[in-house]
Ligand binder design. Sequence first.
Ligand code: PEP
Length: 260
Amino acid sequence: MSDRLPLIAGNWKMNLDHLQSIAFVQKLAWTLKDARHDFSTVEVAVFPPFTDLRSVQTLIAADKLELRHGAQDLSAHDSGAYTGEVSGAFLAALDCRYVIVGHSERRTLHGETDEVVASKVAAALRFGLVPIVCVGETADDLETHGPSAVPVAQLRAALEDVAPGSALVVAYEPVWAIGSGQAATPDQAQQVAAALRAVLAERDGAWAAATRILYGGSVKAANIAGFMREPDVDGALVGGASIVVDEFASIVRYQKHVGV
Ligand code: PEP
C-alpha cells in the first residue's frame, strides 16, 4: 500500500446555488461526522461554482470543518483586462487548496488546448494552488490509439514547463465515461494510471511516487471500491454523484466496502 493520502473530490459543475451549497456542505459534514469519518485516511474536497466559494470557505472556517474546497477552473492570467475570468490570486485568497484544470468539458466546450491547460497549471502553481490536471481519451481516441496514448500525451504537454516535485494531482477521466453511467473497469483505470505515473517517473521518481492519481468517470458508491483497490489509483474525481450527499458520503467511506 502506498502512503499517498487518498482524495475524493466532488466537482459540482454548474449545479447548486448559494443556499443549496451551504445546505449541502452542512449535511455532508454532519453525515461524515455521524459516520466518524477519519479525514486523515481519506481527504475530501468539494468544487463549487465560483459564486459559492466564498460561502463554502466561510462555513468551513466557522465550523472548523476538515473538508477542503477548490475551484473548477482558473484564468491563465494573474490580473488585468480579462472580462469574466477568475485569477488564481482570488482563489488563493478564498483559501482554495485545489483547482481543477483541463477538465474535458473545458477542453471540448471552451476550446482549451494543451497549451492553455499548461498555462493554467503554471498559473495555479504560481499562487500555491494544487492543480488537479485532468486528462483522458474520447471513445474515438480509444479505438484509434488505445487507452493510454492520448492521456499520456496530454499529461506530458500539461507538465512540460512544470518543475519536478511540484505539488499537483492528476485525474484520469476517460471522456466516454464522464456522465455516461459507463465507468471504466478498475483494470482499465489502473493501466492508464500506471502509464501516467510513468510520465512523472521519467522526470523524477520521488515525484511519481508521491503524486496522487485519481480516476473519474461515472464513479458511484457501488463501484468506488474496485478503483480504490488498484495500486496506482489514489482516489476519485466525482461529477454527478458528488451533488447527492448520501451517495458522495458513501463514496468517501469506500473503505467500508474495501474492508480496510
Ligand atoms: C466529471 O465530470 O469530472 C465526472 C467524473 O463526472 P461523472 O462522475 O458524472 O461521470
